[in-house]
Design a protein around this ligand. Structure first.
Ligand code: BG6
Length: 507
């Protein structure tokens, strides 16, 4: 009798699908991501009864833990992350196993292979495996090669590889990593994570655009005058200075999360709802995108770094005083930049991207501003009518709003702007799952729709190459301007928009 393999998916995102029996192997099981995101997301899938009964999770790291020690630590992590709401946790822990593995030691992978065979027997997981690389990015290439050498990626129908971000640190290193990955397994086995694509509201951009006939006809340069994409955080660098110092906001947020939001907002409609059709369109739009001034990139980008701020009762320290940060660091914690997309749909429409830590508010959104009415027939409150705006609220207040002018009550004919709103919570009554819940399920289902393909990731790095090279070679041309914590970033970033007679939205 043939054993079930992972479904090759053509059903895309259409229906609730069933995860086939398998073993999920997490490398980096002692790390922060496993504790804070992966195990809680798997627990959520368990509570939603989406994990098959023939299922196992093997945590792998160098530490010599036993299965029980790993289970105990994950139980603690779940307590913290679910605020003690751990009903069902004992049952969930039965899925967990641990194997001490150093990805650099070939004999450890042979040992892991044997453990997997044993778990296949106990748990009937049918040699279906999803390997999750949640290790330091410097081990992505060698880890992938080690898995391939141990024969663990041999069967493209039964084994997959999930790779966390950052995928490379520039165009060249992303290309080199892609080459290693592709010499170790097939592209169809690879799932590059960008957790923003797991957010319900990011996926909703696709549904808003392609399930409603009213938006597509106006979703172009004839009606839209500019687009702003923001991912603002209130937190600082926290305990991640070691990573962040050599990354900065451009690599940490812009190249991946903001660029993925841009791709989904700007892509052409796919011919059908199929993973490759969607990823083809995303790759195409990223290949058509470029910085507004590629030859003089300092003119279209502003970098910033947070200084102390906050309130008297809750003072906040500046980036350079954070533990682990070089006191003369010039790493940016804020970036604003301007792009264009050279295609029929978007020619001449500026896309402004901004992200920062320690900003005034936690908020991610995509704002489409429509062209003004050609003739102003009415007096407007505030002098001139505001442009219509469609605001796609990614988080935290998930939903969308449309701003338009209406008649102010009274005998005159004055107009003023109002908002029409949709809120996920009000309409559906419950907050959406964390992005990792969706992405882990999709990876285990073998659905690559919400993962970035090799050409997409390279196109995204290529886009920012002029900025990365400038920061590397002539950093004084792109200085990091200081901004006070809990404000909207350096004043210089306002100039990026005021040159175009625009303002950043400050909700
Ligand atoms: C991560 C970045 O990818 O995304 C972090 O490395 C950032 O620096 C985080 O804080 C933001 O994610 P979210 O989902 O909280 O917007």
């Amino acid at each position: 009798m043939s054993t079930p393999t992972i479904n090759p998916l053509r059903v895309g995102l259409r229906q609730e699908r069933v995860i086939t029996p398998q073993c999920l192997v997490i490398f980096g099981a002692s790390g922060d991501l496993t504790h804070r995101k992966l195990i809680p997301a798997l627990f959520q899938l368990f509570l939603q009864r989406r994990l098959p009964s023939d299922f196992a999770i093997i945590g792998c790291a160098r530490r010599p833990w036993s299965d029980d020690e790993f289970r105990e630590r994950m139980a603690q992590a779940l307590k913290r992350e679910t605020k003690n709401n751990t009903k069902g946790v004992t049952q969930f822990l039965e899925y967990l196993f641990y194997e001490s593995v150093d990805l650099q030691q070939p004999e450890d992978l042979i040992k892991l292979g044997k453990r997997l065979e044993e778990i296949d027997r106990i748990k009937a997981t049918h040699s279906n495996r999803t390997f999750y690389l949640s290790v330091s990015p410097k081990f992505y290439g060698s880890g992938c090669q080690a898995l391939a050498r141990a024969g663990l990626l041999n069967d493209p129908k039964r084994s997959r590889l999930v790779i966390e971000k950052p995928f490379g640190r520039d165009y060249g290193s992303a290309q080199a990593l892609n080459q290693i990955v592709q010499s170790s397994c097939q592209e169809s086995q690879v799932f590059r994570i960008d957790h923003y694509l797991g957010k319900e509201t990011v996926q909703n951009i696709l549904v808003m655009r392609f399930a409603n006939a009213i938006f597509e006809p106006i979703w172009n340069r004839n009606y839209i005058s500019s687009v702003q994409i923001t991912a603002a955080e209130t937190v600082g660098v926290e305990e991640r200075a070691g990573y962040y110092e050599s990354s900065g906001a451009l690599r940490d947020m812009v190249q991946n999360h903001l660029t993925q939001m841009l791709a989904i907002t700007a892509m052409e409609p796919p011919g059908h709802f199929d993973p490759e059709a969607i990823r083809n369109e995303k790759a195409k739009v990223l290949q058509a995108a470029h910085l507004a001034n590629e030859l003089e990139p300092w003119k279209c980008c502003v970098r910033g770094q947070y200084e102390k701020g906050g309130s008297r009762s809750k003072p906040l320290i500046g980036y350079r005083d954070e533990p682990g940060v070089n006191p003369t660091s010039t790493t940016e914690t804020y970036v604003a930049t301007k792009l264009f997309i050279d295609n029929w749909r978007w020619q001449g429409v500026p896309f402004y991207l901004r992200t920062g830590k320690r900003l005034a508010k936690r908020l991610s959104e995509v704002v489409l501003t429509f062209r003004e009415a050609p003739v102003h027939l009415f007096d407007a409150a505030g002098g001139s009518p505001t442009s219509n705006q469609l605001i796609l609220r990614i988080q935290p207040d998930e939903g969308a709003e449309f701003r338009f002018e209406v008649k102010s009550p009274g005998s005159g004919m004055r107009s003023r702007p109002v908002e029409m709103e949709f809120s996920y919570e009000e309409s559906f009554g419950e907050p959406s799952d964390e992005g990792y819940v969706r992405l882990l399920a999709d990876a285990m289902l073998g659905d690559p729709t919400l993962f970035t393909r090799n050409d997409e990731v390279e196109a995204a790095w290529r886009l920012y190459t002029p900025l990365l090279e400038l920061i590397e070679d002539r950093p004084w041309q792109l200085p990091t301007y200081p901004y006070e914590s809990r404000t909207w970033g350096p004043a210089e970033s306002d100039a990026l928009l005021s040159k175009d007679e625009l303002l950043w939205r400050r909700p």
